[in-house]
Ligand binder design. Structure first.
Ligand SMILES: [Zn+2]
Length: 436
């Protein structure tokens, strides 16, 4: 590990420059060309780190998958991050241009520097430091970089189902620390339900002076509907509220997007039931569920948690604090659903301004997070998962058929990584899953 740490310390300046380079690509989830640009940049970056790489196309933005699997006796660790970012929002609220990252007072400022480009690059830096500095990795690694996290990762489940890799643990670094010097293990994530609600009355827009009071106003009806939606253990945010196209007009239609964040224990069904009741009570109302994802709880004990403790002591001189997060990460639920332990080890400082103007990354915390990621890999190797079920063990070390053996191995890729991903390109899912 010494050689890896020394390599990381020698290359710290470059690692920081690379965050700025990636954050300068405005890879907003809805901007397909820019998302692809970021994916291509990352693929080249992972190759330089010494990994085998594939860009996996989906009906949306591609996934970037990097792999190294030359230790069949060791666990396979997935390191998940996402390269898509939230839109910059109101530019007047930014002190510096969102996609021209700058360093000021020990912080890098720019959209995506904390969420999640800086955090994912900490893992890339750690993997590179092991491979280029030490010549090997203590575990098998799959870097899984999502281009659609900010829109609920609609194509990740389909990929995981066809991937053919069953990792021992999924490490997700996309959350905040307890304080700038004390890391945190997030043990609960709020769920989310996003709804599109519309109220329509027959006919066209009308003169509000002539018709006001005589025909229903969809705007007022929509407001009534929204006010009647109350679900215990949730918070609601309203966006894109639209009714009418100006003064003096009685609109024919009003619409809004609603987002509920769900505390642990609250199911998306509770929100959808309340929605059904409210929609039934308002004439001309209809609604569509855009996204529904239950809350996630992560156990506070286990071999992977122990490894994270060791790594945090190493990188930060502190054990991580357990905390809940208001945000949601679809990948956490998808891994948990598949029986894969999840480690939510985040490196964004608490006032990181994720999703808000003037997002920032603490460079001191970044340097420590790279050390932590370096220390995490041998800590996971030492602790090993409990003996996996028979089926899982078989999937981790698949027996190679003679035909597979003759296939030319791609440097850096384990046989299972290469073979399965090539044979099973992800297909378009037939319908967005409820947990998606
Ligand atoms: Zn994120």
């Amino acid at each position: 590990m010494k050689a890896a740490l020394a390599y990381a310390h020698r290359n710290r300046g470059r690692f920081v420059e690379e965050i700025a380079e990636l954050a300068a690509i405005p890879s907003v989830s809805s901007d397909r060309p820019q998302a692809r640009r970021a994916a291509t940049w990352l693929a080249a970056r992972l190759r330089r780190a010494g990994l085998g790489v594939r860009i996996v196309d989906t009906p949306g933005n591609p996934l970037v998958v990097g792999g190294w699997g030359r230790r069949p006796d060791r666990p396979t660790v997935v390191l998940y991050g996402h390269y898509d970012v939230r839109p910059a929002g109101d530019l007047r609220q930014w002190r510096t241009p969102p996609f021209q990252p700058v360093v000021h007072n020990g912080f890098m400022l720019g959209r995506g520097v904390s969420d999640d480009k800086g955090q994912l690059l900490a893992h890339v830096a750690a993997v590179e430091s092991w491979l280029r500095g030490g010549g090997t990795l203590p575990v098998n690694v799959r870097l899984l970089l999502d281009g659609e996290e900010e829109v609920g990762s609609p194509h990740l489940a389909g990929f995981l189902d066809r991937w053919g890799v069953t990792p021992s643990v999924a490490v997700i670094s996309d959350t905040a620390m307890h304080s700038p010097s004390v890391p945190a293990l997030t043990v609960s994530l709020r769920g989310v339900v996003r709804l599109a609600v519309t109220v329509r009355r027959p006919g066209t827009d009308l003169h509000s002076g002539t018709y006001g009071g005589r025909v229903v106003d969809p705007g007022r009806q929509l407001c009534r509907l929204i006010a009647s939606l109350r679900v215990h253990g949730t918070s609601m945010t309203i966006s894109r509220l639209r009714a009418g196209r100006g003064d003096g007009v009685l609109a024919a239609e009003a619409s809004a997007r609603l987002e509920f964040r769900l505390s642990p224990g609250v199911s998306p069904d509770a929100v959808i039931r309340s929605l059904r009741r409210s929609v039934a009570g308002v004439e001309g109302a209809s609604a569509r569920v855009v996204l529904a994802r239950p809350p996630v709880r992560v156990p506070r004990t286990g071999w992977a948690i122990d490894a994270a403790r060791v790594a945090s002591r190493h990188g930060f001189g502190h054990e991580p604090v357990f905390q809940g997060s208001g945000g949601g990460i679809a990948a956490a639920g998808l891994f948990a659903d598949r029986g894969i332990p999840v480690l939510l080890l985040g490196f964004a400082v608490p006032d990181n301004r994720m999703h808000a103007p003037n997002e920032r990354l603490s460079l001191a915390a970044f340097a420590r997070s790279v050390d932590t990621c370096i220390a995490l890999l041998p800590a996971l190797a030492d602790r090993r998962p409990p003996a996996p079920p028979h089926r899982q063990a078989a999937r981790l070390t698949p027996a190679l058929s003679p035909r597979d053996r003759s296939a030319a191995p791609v440097p850096g890729l384990s046989p299972d990584f290469d073979r399965r991903t090539r044979r099973n390109p992800p297909r378009a899912p037939t319908r967005r899953s409820k947990s998606g």
